[in-house]
Structure formats: C-alpha cells, structure tokens
Design a protein around this ligand. Sequence first.
Ligand code: R5P
Length: 284
Amino acid sequence: MTTIVSGSASQTLSARLARELEVPLAAVEYDRFPDGELLAAAPDFDDDRAIVVASTVSSDTHLELLQLQDAVREAGAEEVVTVIPYMGYARQDKPFESGHPVSARAVARALSTGADRVLTVTPHEEAVCEFFEPTATAVGAADRLAEPLPDDLEEPVFLSPDEGAIDLAETVRDAYGDGETDYFEKVRHSGTDVEITPSDVDVTDRDVVVADDIIATGSTMSEAVGVLQERGVGRVFVTCVHPLLARNAVTKLRRAGVEAIYGTDTIEGQTSTVSVAPTLAAEL
Ligand code: R5P
C-alpha cells in the first residue's frame, strides 16, 4: 500500500493527489527545536511505499523534504517516491561566474540519496532531471493552464516571453483549441531588469495570453505586458506553471494592466487556480 506524505508547502496538492489516487494521507508535523533547527515528521507512517510530495520553495522546505524522506525510510518504507512539484534552485543549473556552484546539481544529489524515484513538474530546463540519480522524470503540466481561461477570448494570441518557452505557449494554445502563437525576444540585464522586444504578431484589440514556466519577480511578464499595452492589445492574461510571485510581483503585474493571473498548485497561493494532481496521478 501507498501513503502520501506532504511537505509543509504542498499540503493542498498532496490532499488532492491522495484523493486522485485513493490512498491515505499521512499525518505530518512540522516543528522547530529551540535552537531553530527544523523537525518534519510523519509519526503514524506505517506503509511499504511512500510518495513524499514537497515543493522546495525555500531552504527550510528543502530540509523538510530530506527529513521526510528519511523519516519514512526509518519507519520501514521499501520504496520512496519523491514528487517535487516545484523544484527550487532549478534555475541555477550552471555556474554563472567563476567560483559559483551548480546549485541545482547540489540539491538534486542530496535529494536523490533518499529517493528511489523522483518526479518534478515542468522544470525550467529538462536537463536538470539528469542531476538526479536515477534521472528524475519531468512531468509537463502546461496543458492544464488552458482550464481557467475565459471561453470567449477575442482572436486569441498565445505568447511566450522568450523563445525557450514557445513550446509551453503552444501547449496552452493547443489545450485551449484556438489561437495564434509567437514569442518575444528577451534580454535579462539583472535579476529584476529585463528587456523585451515585441513579437511581429498584430495584437491590436486581440486578447493575449502570455505563458511561461514561472513568474518569479514578475519582471519578465510585466515588461511583456507593457509592450502589449503600447500596441493596443485587448485583454491580457498571464499564466504560468509555477506562480512563485516573489516580492511585489502581483502589484507589478496588476499595474501593468493584467486582467488575471493564473498558476498551478505546484506553488500554493491565491493564484493557484489549476491543480496538477490529475497529471501527477497519471504518472504514479
Ligand atoms: C526564465 O527564462 C524563466 O522562464 C522566466 O521567464 C523567469 O525566470 C521569470 O522570472 P521573473 O518573473 O523574475 O522575471
């Protein structure tokens, strides 16, 4: 039998996954010792297969995941499947300067030690899966992003903020069933300074959906939306798999004139309108 064990940042998704798979959800406890050290535990876990579901949205949740993997093994699990709906540090997949670590590789190696199998949802680059041993499975969830879009989009255009995410925009368009696709050219000058060059497609009075794998600071999306507003666009919707929405991202996007922000529950928050539970369940 299988039991789902949830990290603190993935409790809603874990419950949805347990319902999809019709398996129990373990009781979990997240505590902290007086010296500040964390303690994540699954006191009643008593099964031979664990699916540990934990988005690593912070350093603490990384550590929690390591502890939960270890806790279920200690309690007798013969198979530990680790689901990382959102993998933190995945975008640090190369040393950006001399002396920098490959952080994605470092965390993947650590998490591999406690897992027999790893799944992660729409990583920024699929190559990050190869940092795991054995190689992790990338589960694509972009098709889910069409679900909350209004049915009445006016001559829709599905854009990605850079060429690398065009597949994602195409997947959303295909799932929606109608519309043109294109991409912007993007140059990143710093963590929050992004320059966007418009695509050639005519967006005048048309509804546009800008789709990306992640919205972090919102700089990429708000620049893209700004360009669209200058071109007389109709409504603009932004959608992403991982709605990290750090700092003032929501305000930036709203000020840029975005009609709605949609994301999935790989990162749980107010914009997590779509669940990846059915997609993950199909892989488990
Ligand atoms: C980068 O290529 C990614 O696909 C995203 O466009 C980027 O990480 C979003 O970051 P931010 O919201 O900080 O611009």
